[in-house]
Design a protein around this ligand. Structure first.
Ligand SMILES: NC(=O)c1ccc[n+]([C@@H]2O[C@H](COP(=O)([O-])OP(=O)(O)OC[C@H]3O[C@@H](n4cnc5c(N)ncnc54)[C@H](OP(=O)(O)O)[C@@H]3O)[C@@H](O)[C@H]2O)c1
Length: 264
């Protein structure tokens, strides 16, 4: 298939043909595009392909009301989640998850030639300097809204890149952040955040795909997958299409796409 990058489009074909290689465009194009969906998204929409990973109970809870969420799903689901992290250019989370879970959010349970970058949405630069997410050799980007030179300097001394992109409410402007990440050549963005940031991303219509692990357990009251309601009518629902549903150890893995988001 043709390369969507305007800088190269068609030139590879010309070189191959000049070298006597027969080039056919068309067969396998859909599969090729799927393999490279993040690159196509960045070239054609100027934003990464945004995949939101959620681990939940069968009744849709992602954490207890006291914040506990480790672990709702099985080790098989967690290992599979690491494989999805590995294929992304960057993993994104929110400051709520950083403070509550102290996660590393790196790839440990799957083979990878490199660690994806880490992106934290953190309006007031509250990321602790001793957070486990600072791992040697991995780039960390912190998107903030409220400038604070002292905190910024300390985080930059830890190796982080701080970017201020405030929205009208003093939070991070998430669409502007995606445009900025695309400029930094992030093709696939893997989100593992809490219900608040997930909710803002869904509300702003910035999510393309969901990878949801469902554990065969009920948690009753807790935190849902994404806080974006309440809706006034069922017709306001975010419409998805299931891509796949598989068993993974004791859990289910469901991949679903937001309708129409992959037609670019
Ligand atoms: N089961 C799972 O899949 C899963 C995955 C991850 C986390 N969790 C659980 O989720 C819980 C944390 O959830 P959370 O909702 O507090 O944390 P979160 O969604 O990770 O982070 C939310 C924070 O992001 C900041 N933020 C900045 N700009 C924002 C914007 N435009 N929209 C929304 N948020 C913005 C806000 O804090 P500031 O205003 O200070 O910037 C907000 O409080 C933990 O209990 C964790 O265990 C579960």
């Amino acid at each position: 298939m043709a390369d969507p990058n305007p800088l190269v489009s068609g030139r590879g074909f010309a070189r191959l043909r000049a070298a006597g290689v027969e080039v056919e465009i068309g067969p396998g194009a859909a599969e090729s595009r799927e393999l490279n969906i993040g690159f196509f998204s960045r070239m054609m929409r100027q934003t990464p392909w945004v995949r939101l990973k959620i681990a939940a109970s069968l009744d849709g809870q992602t954490a207890l009301l006291n914040g506990q969420s480790q672990w709702i799903t099985s080790s098989a689901a967690r290992a599979d989640g690491h494989a999805w992290r590995a294929r992304a250019c960057a993993v994104l989370t929110g400051i709520g998850t950083v403070l509550k879970d102290q996660p590393r959010l790196d790839v440990r349970l799957a083979a990878t030639p490199r660690q994806p970058h880490l992106v934290v949405v953190d309006s007031r630069l509250d990321t602790p300097l001793d957070a486990p997410l600072f791992i040697a050799g991995r780039a960390v980007f912190i998107y903030a809204a409220v400038p604070n030179a002292l905190k910024q300097q300390a985080l930059e001394a830890r190796g982080a890149t701080v970017v201020y992109l405030p929205d009208a409410n003093g939070k991070v402007d998430l669409r502007a952040m995606l445009l900025d990440l695309a400029r930094r050549e992030i093709n696939e963005l893997h989100v593992e955040a809490g219900h608040k940031l997930n909710g803002s991303l869904v509300r702003a219509n910035l999510v393309d795909e969901f990878v949801v692990y469902l554990a065969p357990k009920l948690l009753g009251q807790g935190r849902g997958m994404a806080d974006f309601g309440p809706l006034a009518a069922l017709s306001d629902a975010v419409e998805l299409a299931f891509v796949s549903a598989e068993s993974l150890g004791p859990d289910l893995r469901i991949v679903a796409r937001v309708k129409g988001r992959d037609s670019f």
